[in-house]
Design a protein around this ligand. Sequence first.
Ligand code: FBP
Length: 308
Amino acid sequence: MMTPRVKEILSWYSNENPGVLSNLRRLLCSGNLAGTGKMVILPVDQGFEHGPARSFAMNPPAYDPLYHFQLAIDAGCNAYAAPYGFLAAGAAEFAGRVPLILKVNSSDSLFKTKNPEPAITGSVGEALELGCAAIGYTIYPGSSERNGMYEVLHALSEEARASGLAVVVWTYPRGESLSKDGETAVDVVAYAAQIACQLGAHIVKVKPPTAHIELSESKKVYETNNIPISTLSDRVKHVVQSCFGGRRIVIFSGGETRGNDEDFLSEIRELAKGGAFGSIVGRNAFQRERSQAVKLLEGIQAIYQEAK
Ligand code: FBP
C-alpha cells in the first residue's frame, strides 16, 4: 500500500537508502493504521526497565514473551518493540507477521542513580537476524552520561542505516541537572526531541509534555514569542514543530496504567489534535486483560484514524 500521505512522509527521508525506506514503509503500512501516516506501537521492555512483577503481575499471561507478539498482531499495532530476550523468544514463530523493533540499550531499576547510564544490550546484527524493521535506542538528555549515549547512538545509527534498518529513538530527559517536573517540561521535551532528530532518528518517541518550563533561558523565549503551551495539543504541536518543522515522525508514550479507558483516550485525543504521529503504549495495553487491551488499542487507533 502506498498512499499519498506515506509517500509524503517518506519524502522527508529521501536521503536514505532503499533498505531504510522499505523498513519505514513497513512500519507505516502495517496494522490497522496502515497507510494513514499514523502509528501505534506496542513496547514491552518494562520487564528489564521496571522488573517482572511491577510489569506483569497484574496480568500474568504477559510474563510469556509470545503473548506480546500475539497482542500486537490481534490489536493491529504497526510494530512490536522489545529487548533481545523477548524478541528472540518469539521471532521465529511469528516471523514476518508484525514489524519488530529491537531495543539495543536498556537500564534496570536495581541500581539507583540520578544519572541513567543504559547498557548496550543488542546489536544491529541481532536486529537483522531477528527480521526487525528498526533498532530502538534510549537517550537520557540531562544525564551526566548523555554524551556517551549520543556517541553510541551516532555509531549504531550509522551501522543500522548502512544495513537498511530504521532508527527509533526514545528520548527521555532525566538526570541530576533536571528537576522531576523538568523531565516532562515542554521546553525540555522539545529540546530532547530535537537532539534525537539531530542524531539521525527516523522516529522519535517522547513523553507527553506538561506546561512547566524548566530552563530559565527558555522562559523568556516562550513568553516573548507567545508560544502557546496551555493545552496538551498546543504542546504536542510545539514538539512536532521542534522535530525539523514536522518532517520527522514523533510519537508519544503511554505512561503508567490508568484504570479508566476514557481518561486515557481523552489524552490520546489531545495528542492527535496536536498532530502527533501516534502513540507507543506498553503498560496501558499489556497490564489490562487481553480483550480490554485490544479494545483500548483499537480505540486509540480509531482516534488517530479520524485525525489523519
Ligand atoms: P509505557 O507505555 O508503559 O509507558 O511504555 C513506554 C516506555 O517508553 C517503555 O518503552 C519504557 O519501558 C517505559 O516507557 C519507561 O518508562 P519510565 O522510564 O518512565 O520508567
